[in-house]
Design a protein around this ligand. Sequence first.
Ligand SMILES: Nc1ncnc2c1ncn2[C@@H]1O[C@H](COP(=O)(O)OP(=O)(O)OP(=O)(O)O)[C@@H](O)[C@H]1O
Ligand SMILES: [Mg+2]
Length: 287
Amino acid sequence: MRSPVRRGNGELNASSSTPGSEKQPQTPPLLGLKGIVKRFGEVTAIDGVDLDIGRGEFVTLVGPSGCGKSTLFNILAGLLEPDAGGEIRLHGEPVGAGGLLGKVSFMPQRDLLFPWRTVLANAVLPNEIEGKPRAESLAKARAMCAEFGLKGFEDKYPQQLSGGMRQRVALMRTFMFERDLMLLDEPFGALDSLTRSLMQRWLLGIWEHHRRTVLFITHDIDEALYLGDRVVVMTARPGRIKLQFEVTLPRPRAPELLTSAEFMALKRRLLDAIEEESLKAFSGHDE
Ligand SMILES: Nc1ncnc2c1ncn2[C@@H]1O[C@H](COP(=O)(O)OP(=O)(O)OP(=O)(O)O)[C@@H](O)[C@H]1O
Ligand SMILES: [Mg+2]
């Protein structure tokens, strides 16, 4: 069993500031964001995001469509440069523009598997780009296939797989690229609800085993609570952190937890916050 970095005292810690501010961590957070802004011409996608992520944490990020979640991920993956003025720290050290490229593993919103590459060849792509010996990466991917439910499909092409399997290939590729921080952008967004809940349980098992720090975007409130150590809610665009709280549910998390009174209470709180922002987004509120 992993031991979480920051433990709550059983109470909800709702705060509009970073959670580190209520209790000083002894080591700097794995990732520290301060005042991150990104404008696209007239559109301010995100407007002053402050967020700390502790090592080993599983943080889920929710917010209305278009509030800048994927934009934030693209910044963290080093694919997009934030506007001047904000600060990004990795292990306490400031990282400049482009300094994050290759530092985190990233699963984008679409699975982006290459149709002409097999399961294994897709899984090893980031390692290949990084210059790791191909044979070594292929052997590692092959060994991971069983854990990712892909045994027997190693040499198949994406179009020969189900939606859930494609998502697992994309996840395996992200796990293969071993980095301190893993960004997952709605990895289960396209799946039916049964497959989705199976994948959630499976992911928790994998996460317990690999102990990665995860930042996970989802629109699914149950998913955000079931998976996360902490849930972070963003406002409607321009995106900021509206509130965040620790999910004080024990681990390992059994599926029965989803119908418990404790879960329902957390869900009510989260729903209220999200509904308020979704209504703003829906009524065209901007800036
Ligand atoms: N490359 C880009 N060029 C111009 N505008 C962009 C670009 N990327 C994102 N935007 C705009 O930034 C805003 C935030 O988009 P983003 O994709 O980050 O939202 P999101 O929160 O991930 O939404 P969803 O939940 O629908 O995936 C949107 O208004 C979008 O149109
Ligand atoms: Mg998105």
